[in-house]
Design a protein around this ligand. Structure first.
Ligand code: ZN
Length: 73
């Protein structure tokens, strides 16, 4: 992928972490810049759990029971 079209995305938004938590390891993924902008337009600074919950409520009619657990590293 063209690096000019890439962004670093924080999985847990920095704005949602304490000062100490901002150095959290493995919190960045490289994503397509355009899709990144669209993602944040849609979900703002929600955490992964909040994103999935929002999608379920707004787009899936709340019809799913969601179990989301971060993998152990
Ligand atoms: Zn991001």
């Amino acid at each position: 992928m063209d690096k000019r079209k890439q962004d670093n995305h924080h999985i847990i938004p920095l704005s949602r972490l304490s000062k100490g938590g901002r150095k959290r390891k493995n919190n960045i993924v490289v994503v397509d810049k355009h899709r990144h902008a669209i993602f944040h337009e849609l979900v703002s600074n929600r955490t992964p759990e909040e994103v999935i919950e929002m999608l379920n409520e707004e787009f899936f009619g709340g019809k799913y029971e969601i179990i989301l657990r971060r993998k152990k590293e």
